[in-house]
Design a protein around this ligand. Sequence first.
Ligand code: HEM
Length: 412
Amino acid sequence: MAIAELSDVDLADPDRFVEAVPYDMLALLRREDPVHWQEEPDGSGFWAVMKYADIKAVHMDWETYSSERGGTSLQELTGEQLEQRKSMIDTDPPRHKKLRSLINTNFNPNAVKGHEQAVRALISEITDRALELQEMEFVSEVSAELPMAVFAEMLGAPQEDRRYLVDLGDRILGTDDPELVDPEELRKNRHLPFSSPAAGEMFEYGRALAEQRRREPRDDIVTSLVQAELDGQPLTQREFDTFFLLLATAGNETTRHTISHGLLALHDHPEQLARLKEEPELIPRATEEILRWATPVMHFRRTATRDVELGGKQIREGDKVVTWLISGNRDEDVFENPDTFDVGRRPNRHQTFGPGGVHFCIGAGLARMEIRLMFEELVPRIGSIELTGKPERLRSNFFNAIKRLPVRITPA
Ligand code: HEM
């Protein structure tokens, strides 16, 4: 649907994101109403923050824009539901800092570097298999394989369980897509993260793993969590459950969708693929451009803790404030030709991992490495990419996600 005026705008309807991201709608808002009040059919409405600088201002000021007061998703929950579901990402400092410090060392640059060789080997296996097939559904054969294989290793989950974990993650996060989730189930499970019964299964899985690590500690994240002490106390069962679920889901879908969008972008822009083949030293910059282009998490939510002005609008205490990272990443005031996919783009300070602040993605270094290594391996081996069917997108206004990407890749 063509968007000509503000009355056509609807950011709350996932159907508007099924065919493609409505970039024209986002651009209209940046131009005409950059802090926009959006009504919701099943909620109180929210402020949609569309400009790069305003998005950054919100994320840097956690005291005014709380993650804890209403959580980070659009859904409105009772205090009790929030308390049952909340993980580190829905917690404000000072508690947030303590939780984050429990796993910081697992994600620091040295720790990430330590996984490089193993990740490279995994990618090599995945791409060998895929290129032998030539014709494939790229998401299941390539993009979905890597992040969970890497993360199963870091969590300490057996590799043979990774398909099961991927499937649980899909069901947990696909909340608005009838192919993945039954809306009736959602209504019954509002006490669980994403209102998903699959979250209950993920908790069970994490508890069983924790039990094993208590008996046999190892150098992995689950062991760090079962041995953790906060203010002299171990994590409560709920804290462990939600931490485990956050970690098992946060890096999986996001990295997967970035890889799928990256391949699709190289298909849609064959001259950029040719350039990368000629100048492979551009791959680190291409990684950043793929991340900007993909923006797999389209928005995050905060709740105002006081009356405050933003972009000339009066925000009231308790209002939902939603930062559209995917719009910030196309902001004309920051990016030259923002709608051009340019593998050599520099500077490229995209907001894909968040614009900074206390919740900046803890897995950014790991994700960057996985994506860079994947395209380092793929690009020289691709002769051409052809779509053998239409890419299918997730019905969601939260994830910019490709469910299926049927392709033929002719080897170089
Ligand atoms: C391309 C891949 C990824 C994208 C696009 C992404 C995106 C994001 C975003 C936008 C945030 C919130 C930032 C904010 O509120 O300021 C975030 C937080 C987070 N991410 Fe990622 N992420 C990715 C990969 C990963 C990976 C591989 C992990 C590792 C498991 C991970 C774990 C987390 C965690 C635990 C948080 C919460 C941090 C906190 O509350 O302090 N992410 N991510």
